[in-house]
Design a protein around this ligand. Sequence first.
Ligand SMILES: Cc1ncc(COP(=O)(O)O)c(C=O)c1O
Length: 443
Amino acid sequence: MAKDLIQKCREYRDSADARAQGFYPYFRRIDDTIGNHVICDGVSRIMIGSNNYLGLAQDERVIEAACDAARKYGAGCTGSRLLNGNIRLHEQLEEALADFLQRESVLLFSTGFFANQGALASLTDHEDAILCDRENHASIIDGCQFAPAKLVPFRHNSATSLRNRLKRQPDTAGKLVVLDGVFSMSGDIADLPPIIEAAKEFGALTYVDEAHALGVLGPLGRGTVHHFGLNDEVDLVMGTFSKSLGSMGGFIAGKREVIEYLRHKARCFIFTASLAPAVAGGVLKALELMQAEPERIDALWRNTRKMHEGFKQIGFKIGTTQTPIVPILIGSEARAFQFTQRLYEEGVFATPAIYPAVRYGEAIVRTSYMSSHTDEDLDQVLEIFARLARELGTFDDPAYSEPGRRKNVFDFSLSYTEGSDAVRNGAGDPARNGSEFHPAVSR
Ligand SMILES: Cc1ncc(COP(=O)(O)O)c(C=O)c1O
């Protein structure tokens, strides 16, 4: 008899268990968004779980540009750009991005996820290797798995580990080094100078995902590669519109010949409908405003520094973050869910992250800040976090008091039982192709 493919669905209990315990933190319905507050269940809550770093998703001028584009071109393009879905706004946006990023050429994708998948899957062959930071985003990992090349993970943010892995690849193999410019869970910035230097030493192509760096780092928010003055050294840059630019969609920027190749070879560019006119029109306006109003970035960094300091003063561990992404260590998964639920009840919208998005026993509440948060909002958030930490005994968790015991607090039914923390801890055969890289391990 054929295997029953939906048996696992029947047996799936995790979400129901979390709901039964009153802790389910996902799919919260937002009925209205007013600046940096959202209305859920009839109550206004401060949003600290959004990637809308510059507040542009709510800017009236961006919304108006999106409406104008929809009126002119319709609600959708109803086809691939290659065929019937290429409008003037797509080309204008590509030109504006190329100009902003000081790149020869840009190609838009319908999501940032597709941009990574499309580029990574298209650029390598069987004999090649993609060297991938272990904490890269899930879309990079998935993109690598679509690629024919061997996937070679290197230790997070370690040029030494990268160099060791590069040494083991055959001289003749093509090599591509890919990493996030800002890491989406830890909030740390890629240590690009030594990493790019190591990549160049071995003739590797370099690729940086600027999803969380655009609008945040570098002059006028041009991203990590500009922050380090390495724009000429990095071959390809990927970005999304779903964060600072307040919308959705993504892009790859690089040399004209590479973009021309991707335009004709990337399957998730060719075989999907192009960006909706409203999206392209809105992003074009957001990009213009981001450059015209740099005070937004200044405000974002003021808020970021305030929250780093504020959380540390209370006694929270915020890891190695250097950016508006501020992970608050809670420890046990049950406590992270409970903490998130209590935040919600107190008027704060945030989300937890548990294994395999983070290490065993190091569950976090992931918070992120926007230029539009006021001091009053942020003081209130800090006061509530401090009060809840006392109420829920956060600082008594083994993650705070006995970090060595962190595996013993892997205790919540939503936890995954498979996956490999050996991957995160650097064990395993790094030269093996991909299989040690559990796709769910990364974010
Ligand atoms: C580092 C990184 N890359 C890529 C993506 C995918 O971007 P998008 O949401 O536009 O598909 C994300 C989204 O969270 C991300 O954090």
